[in-house]
Design a protein around this ligand. Structure first.
Ligand SMILES: Nc1ncnc2c1ncn2[C@@H]1O[C@H](COP(=O)(O)OP(=O)(O)O)[C@@H](O)[C@H]1O
Ligand SMILES: [Mg+2]
Length: 237
């Protein structure tokens, strides 16, 4: 872990988030030169999160109580694990996954990126990989000069993985089915926290994703169902 100099909260859209979570900027920028200090890990994570969070969601805050409860549990588990192992830093290694379901525009992706931003400011270490399911399939398609198995392991082994819009394609192919199964099965068996969003309604899940994936998702995930109108269409929708 490298030492990260004090950061400008405006650059990372942190003002509201720090206030909402009662985190003091002086703590975040405390200059103790210890790379393993929670404040340094938070600064490091904030810069890393900013690299993966799309511009549109740069200031997202996860205000959903169930998403908050999931975060609290993950963080508590990381801290218990740290105490148990006498480790210098708390890190997310294992935990429950979260499945955010609901129609288009109800705020699923917003909550997912808000959760990543929030984890970053806590000083608990995590490395995350974020992708839409469609981008992941495109990145994994066998093609000349690309070792898709190495690429697959990057998703498979991420300490936190966000898969946005799983099950969106109307016609699953053998290829997407195999990727879904191998990925979900690995993360299920190793209890790696995975954040999944999907437009599917619960009864469509096994239709689109198959029984083997669905059964694992049911066991590994806390489910949050979003309702309401498409926020992108405004009040009139
Ligand atoms: N809690 C929120 N506060 C402010 N804007 C939000 C909130 N939730 C969603 N939005 C905005 O509403 C739109 C739809 O949200 P998004 O998360 O992209 O929906 P979904 O992923 O469910 O399709 C986006 O423009 C997003 O920035
Ligand atoms: Mg979305």
């Amino acid at each position: 872990m490298q030492w990260i100099p004090p950061i400008n909260p405006k650059r990372y859209h942190l003002d509201e988030l720090l206030t909402a979570r009662g985190i003091n900027l002086d703590w975040l920028n405390s200059n103790d030169l210890d790379p393993h200090s929670p404040a340094n890990i938070a600064r490091y994570s904030i810069t890393k999160a900013a690299e993966v969070i799309p511009f549109h969601y740069r200031s997202a805050i996860a205000d959903n109580p169930e998403v908050q409860a999931w975060l609290t549990e993950l963080i508590a588990q990381a801290c218990d694990d740290q105490a148990g192992r006498g480790a210098p830093t708390a890190a997310i290694t294992h935990g429950r996954s979260l499945l955010l379901l609901g129609p288009t525009g109800t705020g699923k992706t917003h909550q997912a990126y808000g959760a990543i931003r929030e984890l970053a400011i806590t000083g608990v270490a995590a490395t995350w990989v974020v992708t839409t399911a469609a981008d992941m399939y495109a990145a994994l398609r066998p093609r000349h000069g690309v070792d898709s198995e190495t690429e697959f392991r990057r998703y498979r082994n991420a300490s936190i993985l966000l898969i946005d819009d799983l099950g969106a394609e109307r016609k699953p192919t053998e290829f997407t089915e195999e990727v879904n199964f191998r990925l979900i099965n690995w993360r299920y068996e190793h209890q790696l926290p995975t954040l999944i969003t999907s437009n599917l309604v619960p009864k469509q899940i096994s239709e689109r994703l198959g029984d083997r994936v669905t059964s694992r998702l049911i066991e590994m995930c806390q489910r949050v169902v979003f309702k309401g109108a498409d926020r992108r269409r405004g009040e009139a929708a």
